[in-house]
Design a protein around this ligand. Structure first.
Ligand SMILES: *[C@@H]1O[C@H](CO)[C@@H](O)[C@H](O)[C@H]1NC(C)=O
Ligand SMILES: *[C@@H]1O[C@H](CO)[C@@H](O)[C@H](O)[C@H]1NC(C)=O
Ligand SMILES: *[C@@H]1O[C@H](CO)[C@@H](O)[C@H](O)[C@H]1NC(C)=O
Ligand SMILES: *[C@@H]1O[C@H](CO)[C@@H](O)[C@H](O)[C@H]1NC(C)=O
Ligand SMILES: *[C@@H]1O[C@H](CO)[C@@H](O)[C@H](O)[C@H]1NC(C)=O
Ligand SMILES: *[C@@H]1O[C@H](CO)[C@@H](O)[C@H](O)[C@H]1NC(C)=O
Ligand SMILES: *[C@@H]1O[C@H](CO)[C@@H](O)[C@H](O)[C@H]1NC(C)=O
Ligand SMILES: *[C@@H]1O[C@H](CO)[C@@H](O)[C@H](O)[C@H]1NC(C)=O
Ligand SMILES: [Cu+2]
Length: 607
């Protein structure tokens, strides 16, 4: 295994100074371990030499379970945080020909369409990635994928911790490193410091100071971007990605020299954050069938109450973070350092859902698209192999063996606990505390009892959306407004009257992915409740809300670079409004109880 010589000078020489954009790398590269580590010695993360496959076990295979923390919690622990940053940095600057490099591990998800751990594609399937989307396997495939990433990171953390000079400081890093687990990014919870849901560390600066085993150094911030070394135009075949050297978020233009507009990512995430919370709260409260919960696919026997899914919320984050950058293209998304943080949160929400719905799981369902080892139409079930992830026996993981996070040596704050803990109660309380819509409690402000009554005895109002996945051969947004908004599409994400943005996440290469409908929701209740509390709307009753929505509910469609698409130009798109009576929970150990869904209106093309 070869590593770049980890010194800034030689790195610049290898890459050529002209490739380095001042916006990103300025003159900062990886952490320089010279003097504490012999760069030529044996590989840091060895492949098991006695086996011809790489077993995915999670950090340790001895049954120890450690809690994955929210990124802003992890950041408070300076010892673990330093190890996390250094391990990310190490992985990103590992030669991209190495199987445990950032490049290769990210590449498992989509592009490059290449075997990993020598797991070959099925006949004629070499033009797809391994990952499953619009699939019953969407939540379960990503679980061993994250476990692999966590295992690689954990092993690097152990190695890095041992590089401090022997003594009490090294002891502290080594001891802390034993409890390392990857963090998750909870983009739905209201941040405790009332700052953006996009953590400062991923957006503020392209370089950061780190106090590592060879002293304090400024390095390229491994959470800000990932630099291809170099970009492979045969894998990234679409312009401008074939020339963009850095992972971009909300690029300012579609050229090789574009830069990320993280400030705009933060603003549009914040303008959508209420919908992340409501979508999650509704998913936990009203979705008890794994098939519907798990993915955006539209099943023939779905009802008007079945439009949303955890994959749908996941797509919204991908598209809003990327906005035309890598994170918004399925095949390129895993290169963004936010990918694993985002997916750890999706895995956490899945684990929480599993605690309250222990009996609903993967049932046999036809694949909607080709993947590296399955063909469209193949039946996927709980024993379908989750390639390319081997277990210790050399078999592949499947949804049955990956059902419990403890198998991989981790849990989450909400799902953690032994026999003395009522984990279900803990999960329900967390859902209410983190994602419950405070306005529906009706206790804020100096409102009359009648107003509070109107909101508390409430009805949930939801926009249901459906469209063909590849309707526009690329990801797209449907912005939902309640009230006026400007005419400039570049401003729509930031409009005060934006309720939320539904996103259809796509890739460019759709030849082997038949066009299937996908669905999602934008909940309206939070905004409507505020109007009731402000005396602008009498109640949440249909005879009040329906005429209000007919007059004020609008939608607009854009590509991810904010180019407008006519409302009637996506022929498969449908935008309808439903409601259901909902009894709020009486205690914080319960979730709302949902009544029968009513369809109120279809505003497709009319609004
Ligand atoms: C990465 O490894 C390949 C194959 O061993 C080698 O040809 C290449 O020079 C290495 N790249 C760098 C930047 O060291
Ligand atoms: C498992 O491995 C970890 C890391 O080496 C260690 O800290 C822990 O004590 C081990 N647990 C058991 C039960 O052996
Ligand atoms: C939180 O931030 C928002 C937007 O910046 C602001 O309107 C609000 O007053 C802040 N709330 C608190 C409690 O600081
Ligand atoms: C794209 O943005 C970069 C960075 O601001 C700038 O240098 C370049 O000129 C822009 N290209 C075009 C075609 O607008
Ligand atoms: C869950 O939903 C799927 C897809 O609509 C359906 O086939 C299945 O019967 C449902 N399961 C239960 C237990 O209702
Ligand atoms: C509603 O708010 C009141 C006052 O803050 C609180 O005591 C009560 O627990 C809340 N109810 C729910 C269901 O969250
Ligand atoms: C999408 O691509 C397919 C295949 O190349 C093509 O037939 C179709 O017209 C394209 N659709 C749009 C909306 O560009
Ligand atoms: C936006 O993307 C579309 C499709 O990729 C492209 O045709 C169009 O030129 C882009 N517009 C801008 C302003 O970059
Ligand atoms: Cu994803």
């Amino acid at each position: 295994m070869h590593f770049l010589k980890r010194s800034t000078a030689s790195l610049l020489a290898i890459l050529g100074a002209s490739c380095i954009q001042s916006t990103y790398a300025d003159d900062h590269g990886p952490y320089n371990y010279d003097g504490v580590r012999n760069v030529a010695r044996n590989p840091i993360v060895p492949r098991q030499s006695t086996q011809n496959f790489y077993p995915v076990t999670g950090p340790t295979s001895n049954g120890t379970v450690v809690v994955r923390q929210e990124i802003r919690e992890l950041q408070k622990d300076s010892t673990l945080w330093t190890l996390y940053i250094l391990a990310l940095d190490f992985m990103q600057y590992t030669n991209q020909t190495e199987m445990l490099s950032w490049y290769q591990v990210a590449g498992i998800h989509g592009e490059p369409y290449a075997p990993w751990d020598n797991v070959q594609p099925g006949p004629g399937l070499d033009n797809s990635g391994y990952c499953h989307h619009v699939s019953i396997l969407f939540p379960t495939w990503h679980r061993p994928y994250l476990a692999l990433f966590e295992q690689v990171m954990y092993n690097l953390v152990q190695e890095i911790a041992s590089m401090w000079p022997a003594g009490s400081v090294q002891d502290r890093y080594v001891a802390a490193g034993k409890n390392f687990r990857i963090p998750y990014w909870d983009w739905a919870a209201v941040p405790s410091d009332n700052s953006s849901v996009l953590p400062h560390i991923v957006q503020d600066s392209p370089s950061i100071s780190v106090d590592g085993p060879a002293g304090t150094q400024m390095i390229a911030n491994p959470l800000f971007t990932y630099q291809f070394k170099p970009v492979d135009p045969k894998a990234f075949i679409y312009s401008p990605y074939n020339e963009q050297t850095f992972v971009l978020r909300y690029p300012n233009n579609d050229t090789a020299s574009a830069y990320s507009q993280n400030d705009l990512v933060a603003r549009q995430l914040d303008n959508n954050a209420a919908t992340f919370r409501s979508r999650l709260y509704n998913l936990f409260g009203a979705y008890h069938n794994y098939s519907t919960f798990s993915n955006t696919g539209w099943y023939p026997d779905n009802t008007d109450a079945d439009y949303d899914s955890i994959e749908g919320v996941h797509d919204q984050i991908h598209a809003l973070v990327g906005s035309g950058g890598h994170m918004s293209v399925t095949d390129y998304s895993a290169f963004d350092p936010l990918f694993m943080l985002h997916h750890a949160n999706i895995d956490r929400l899945f684990a929480m859902w599993q605690v309250i719905n222990p009996d609903s799981y993967v049932v046999p369902t036809a694949a909607t698209a080709d993947t590296y080892n399955f063909r469209t139409g193949d039946t996927l079930d709980s024993q379908s192999i989750l390639t390319p992830f081997h277990d210790t026996s050399g078999n592949y993981w499947n949804s049955d063996t990956a059902r419990d996070t403890h198998t991989f040596g981790y849990s989450y704050p909400e799902t953690n606990g032994g026999s003395d803990v009522d984990v279900k109660d803990q999960v329900l309380k967390a859902i209410n505390a983190l994602y419950g819509d405070k306005t529906t409690n009706g206790t804020d402000g100096n409102n009359t009892p009648q107003r509070r009554e109107a909101v508390v005895n409430h009805r949930e109002w939801i926009v249901n959306l459906k469209a063909d996945k590849h309707a526009l051969n690329g990801s797209f947004f449907v912005h939902i407004f309640l009230g006026d908004f400007g005419s400039d599409p570049t401003g729509w994400s930031f409009e005060p009257n934006l309720v939320g943005t539904w996103a259809v996440l796509d890739k460019f290469n759709t030849a082997n992915a038949p066009n299937k409908p996908v669905s999602g929701t934008i909940p309206l209740t939070g905004v409507l409740s505020k109007l009731v509390l402000a005396n602008e709307l009498q109640s949440l009753d249909p005879d009040v809300v329906q005429p209000y929505l007919t007059a004020n509910l609008k939608y607009r469609v854009t590509l991810l670079n904010d180019t407008e698409v006519g409302n009637g130009d996506v022929s498969s798109l449908s935008v309808t409004v439903i409601s259901a009576p909902v009894v709020p929970p009486q205690t914080d150990s319960e979730l709302p109880s949902w009544g029968a869904t009513v369809v109120h209106m279809d505003i497709t093309t009319t609004n």
